[in-house]
Design a protein around this ligand. Sequence first.
Ligand code: DGL
Length: 263
Amino acid sequence: MSNSKPIGFFDSGVGGTSIWKEVMQLLPRENSIYLSDSKNAPYGEKPIEEIIALSKKNTEKLIAMGCKIIVVACNTATTNAIRILRDTYPLPIIGIEPAIKPAALNSRTKSIGILATKGTLSSKLFSKTSELYSEDINIIEVVGNGLVRLIEQGKQNSAEIKELLFELLKPMLDAKIDYLVLGCSHYPYLVPVLKEILPAEVTIIDSGEAVARQTKKVLLEHELMNNEDHKPKHLLFSNADSKVLAKLVAAEENNLEVSYLDF
Ligand code: DGL
């Protein structure tokens, strides 16, 4: 059985395209719709009730647009709202969480850093996972204050963001971390700058590949894979200025459309 309906993605902004790229690379026959809720970014500083309400709004829009599954391409929305989304809507919903496990299991210095939003680090779901490892591992949690705003403005390679990262990473460097976990889907766009700042022995990890594998697994389980031999279509929408979104994905594919949508 084949299913040509699109996979739906949403994030508080442009960052979730880092996840979208991983999924599309693993599943090249799938059509997709991506919602960048940039008008409401960042989610990370909002109260939990608001994060839940925004996550529901985005999910309902994707369902109305005919999506067969939803990928919540946002750690903040996943850690605060995924249970409610799964309880409310009938389709499979995949989430993204900081990859603490591989970092904790492989760390030699027994010291790892997590860079994420306030909303993610203060969530119950995140605390439950980090508690599993905090007995043996020193976990340095840092809120990436200001990073999402700059990435939303397309400033991921700016001197301003580099300066900010120097400050944010200081406690991690002092603690001799050997793994840095990127706990926000915007942050993979910081990797070039992070590599300039961090010592070579620090491994940077994110959850993109794991989400892509999980998406494939769920599609197979539900017999929702698109097996058509075709050039898939990707529709990406921003409810703010769509230029930054267009720039981030432009190099990836030529069969995609990026436009403004009020949602
Ligand atoms: N990209 C998001 C995440 O993964 C949200 C960041 C934000 O809006 O604060 O957490």
